[in-house]
Design a protein around this ligand. Structure first.
Ligand SMILES: [Zn+2]
Length: 221
């Protein structure tokens, strides 16, 4: 990330945290529509005080579109409409869809979607796919992601997370990220499932949203 971009991020941080660009919001809305259906999406957007988004198609560019607070309103509206349990399940599925829609749009991931990538060792593919995803989010979403690992697991740490921005919750609320990571790993591993769990959440008062990712697939293919 460049210094110039860091300055921009810092300026945003004092007020609204940061912004998702048009391209990312566009993919998020496609994903939400796929999972919720268009009527339910319209209701969620109204509840989130973003009704205008139901009737417009955003251009696929990197102009700032929605502040973090609006992204978090969407998270909260889904849970409010559907209840926490179903709401978080829907966010999880939206995260899966987000990966599938996103891979068409973000060249970074596509560049590893070839034969050379497929023949790399599994552990390498797992780590690389998360690194690329983190790079894309750091570069295009104003969020701050870093990946680290222990002997038992990987830790995906978001010190700035749009999904729970400004929310105060009683449960880890960022299932959208859990879903995005799960689907990324499913794809990177050629169809294996990895356990991904949000273990701390800024919405709960923790300093970061942290996701614990098993090193090995849950069910060997
Ligand atoms: Zn979060």
């Amino acid at each position: 990330m460049t210094q110039r971009l860091e300055d921009g991020v810092a300026a945003h941080a004092t007020h609204e945290g940061g912004y998702f660009p048009n391209k990312l919001v566009r993919i998020l809305l496609f994903s939400l529509e796929e999972v919720l259906g268009s009527n339910s999406l319209r209701a969620v957007l109204t509840l989130a005080r973003l009704p205008e988004l139901a009737d417009q198609t955003l251009p696929p560019n990197f102009e700032p579109a929605l502040p973090f607070s609006a992204i978090a309103q969407l998270t909260a509206a889904i849970d409010e409409m559907h209840g926490v349990r179903s709401g978080q399940q829907l966010s999880l599925r939206t995260g899966h869809a987000l990966f599938r829609h996103g891979i068409k749009d973000f060249g970074g991931l596509l560049s590893v979607a070839d034969v050379a990538f497929r023949i790399l060792p599994l552990s390498f593919r797992v780590r690389l796919s998360m690194e690329v995803l983190g790079e894309i989010l750091n570069r295009y979403s104003d969020q701050r992601v870093r990946l680290t690992e222990t002997p038992e697991c990987y830790l995906w740490i978001m010190e700035r997370c749009a999904i729970c921005w400004g929310l105060q919750t009683t449960y880890p609320v960022c299932s959208l990220v859990t879903g995005l990571l799960t689907e990324t790993l499913y794809w990177a591993s050629g169809g294996r499932s990895f356990q991904v769990e949000e273990v701390t959440c800024i919405g709960l008062g923790d300093p970061a949203c942290m996701f614990r990712i098993g090193r090995m697939p849950v069910v060997p293919a």
